[in-house]
Design a protein around this ligand. Structure first.
Ligand code: HXC
Length: 519
């Protein structure tokens, strides 16, 4: 064979690999409203930046007729490219090849890019669309999964790992995305579950559709497994690119500071009136967030799950930060199991990747009741406590209104080593609200007053006295638990200036293997 022939052969092999499972299956993929593995990579990466690895890999299985079904690349496209000029590693499962099912060699290809991502200190992006373990390969397929899981674990907190689910992701396969930092699911076309509807029906008798068991809606609203629900794959891919703007390449680097034309000293007079005077009246804390961050841009994570707490990324003067805020608009911003877990995981994500945390507090306390206690609110609330206390990134807390009881301590208090604690003048920082406090302290005395009107009037008076005395930011400020009471309209520049001053923060905890977080 001449060299020209050999070059022609190479070109042919490449074309063959690029066809994956063939035209027919590609058409079927498109008919289902899905892109192919390669189309997804093209949309994700900077144009022309993709370098593919292992295009000629084929499986080594000789059972169940698989020896006659060889596809170049073996069902997963892997390689390296750039996003906004930054190197990332990527794998994209190809459903057109044996349903994107995972074989020994398929796993080997993924492990190769994972290893390189770790060595190079670059983010790893996984695009999932697979029927799970390749049944014909048996334990080799299981071993392949476990190799991936192990690498996900080792990479956790070292490089950002982002998973998009654009098709099936079932059985043990779900655990690779679950071990990553961020999961994005596309509406209609994706689902994740440990056990599918058929087995569920056989084992438990429950009749349930795929969508209701593990669709994007379920995982973004009910289970909290996924962080983003994308309208379609295009939006999902844009979200991956967007999230990366806030994350550094690895845990030894800082997030990238971008140019910012939105003046950090921008004063917003309307903030002075944003919180209703009545402490029981709700407002949308996202209005506060939008007003104080650069260009009103806030990338909210888990928007539909545990809406009583808001988490997401924003920038101040071009500096990325994570924002955690109680949401008075939903369940009065109370901390419950789901909210505690959601915020704890977010705080840890920020801390792992050197992203400062800005906390906006307006919290009436932890949600009472047997449902919460039986569900282990003690342990879940402790997760948030642990996450804040352990985080060594710059931490700035602004108490907007209520900060009662244990919830005050948990939400980035000074004692959990927040660096700067501010409060708005209307803040109420106390052990509990006035009504509850008077019932505990004076309940017996009040119950002895027989005249109902008189009793009510006394209650009101005592509440008023309590509020005067404790429901303000100055008691905490007198002890130095609050560094300054600030006018709401100055919040943006106070935070931005604080973030700049904290950029050189260095804090190292005591040496240990790892803490025993209340999981
Ligand atoms: C081998 C598979 C496969 C698999 C699909 N295919 N899944 N081949 N192993 N796991 C093949 C099909 O035979 C078919 O081949 C092609 O992929 C497309 O599949 P269809 O069924 O035609 O597609 P669709 O109707 O869209 O259904 C998709 C699906 C279904 C719901 C994912 O294929 C399915 O139920 N697959 C099996 C899922 C499963 O039980 N996986 C194992 C889970 S256990 P042809 O040649 O006809 O095109 C597991 C353990 C992991 O994953 C443990 C890790 C610790």
């Amino acid at each position: 064979m001449s060299l020209q022939d050999k070059i022609r052969q190479l070109t042919e092999l490449r074309s063959q690999a690029r066809l994956g499972g063939g035209e027919k299956r590609i058409d079927k993929q498109h008919q289902q409203g899905k892109f192919t593995a390669r189309e997804r990579i093209d949309m994700l990466l900077d144009e022309g930046s993709f370098e593919e690895y292992d295009m000629f890999v084929t499986h080594r299985c000789h059972d169940f007729g698989l020896e006659g079904q060889q596809f170049l690349g073996d069902g997963v496209v892997t390689g390296r490219g750039t996003i906004d000029g930054r190197v990332v590693y990527v794998f994209s499962q190809d459903f057109t090849v044996l349903g994107g099912s995972l074989s020994e060699t398929f796993a080997m290809k993924i492990c190769k890019v994972m290893d390189q991502a770790m060595k190079m200190g670059a983010p790893l992006i996984g695009l999932n669309d697979s029927g799970g373990a390749r049944i014909q390969e048996g334990v080799n397929s299981l071993a392949g999964y476990a190799e991936i899981f192990y690498r996900n674990i080792q990479a956790s907190g070292v490089i950002p790992q982002i998973s998009a689910v654009f098709g099936p992701c079932a059985g043990g396969a779900v655990y690779s995305p679950a071990l990553t930092d961020i999961i994005i699911m596309s509406e209609q076309t994706s689902y994740m579950f440990v056990t599918g509807p058929k087995v569920t029906k056989t084992v438990t008798g429950e009749d349930i559709t795929i969508e209701n068991l593990g669709g994007a809606d379920i995982h973004t609203k009910k289970s909290g497994v996924a962080h983003f629900k994308a309208e379609d794959e295009k939006e999902g891919i844009l979200l991956i690119r967007k999230v990366l703007e806030y994350l550094p390449q690895n845990n030894l680097e800082e997030p990238i500071i971008t140019e910012c034309d939105d003046p950090i000293e921008r004063i917003d007079d309307e903030l002075n009136d944003i919180v209703p005077e009545d402490p029981n009246k709700p407002y949308d804390v996202k209005d506060v967030i939008h007003r104080i961050v650069d260009y009103e841009e806030f990338l909210e994570m888990q928007r539909l799950y545990a809406k009583n707490i808001v988490t997401g990324f924003a920038k101040f003067g071009g500096m990325p930060c994570g924002i955690v805020a109680n949401q008075p608009n939903y369940l009065a911003g109370v901390l419950d199991i789901d909210a505690s877990r959601k915020a704890a995981r977010f705080v840890r994500l920020c801390d792992a990747f050197n992203i400062p945390i800005v906390t906006l507090v307006d919290v009436p306390g932890f949600l009472p009741g047997s449902f919460q206690e039986y569900g282990g609110i003690i342990i879940h609330g402790a997760k948030l406590l642990f996450a804040y206390g352990e985080a060594t990134v710059p931490k700035i807390t602004v108490t907007l209104r209520k900060a009662y009881g244990g919830a005050h301590d948990v939400m980035g208090s000074k004692q959990l080593r927040a660096d700067l604690n501010y409060a708005w003048p209307g803040a109420e920082i106390a052990v509990m609200g006035a009504k509850g406090a008077i019932e505990v302290l004076e309940g017996r005395k009040l119950s002895k007053v027989e005249n109902l009107e008189e009793r009510e009037a006394m209650h009101q008076k005592l509440e008023e006295e309590y509020r005067e005395k404790f429901a303000n930011p100055y008691v905490a400020a007198r002890f130095g638990y609050i560094d300054d009471v600030i006018e709401p309209r100055n919040t943006r520049w106070r935070i931005a200036r604080a973030l700049r001053s904290l950029a050189t923060k260095k804090e190292v905890g005591p040496p240990k293997k790892h803490g025993n977080m209340p999981l």
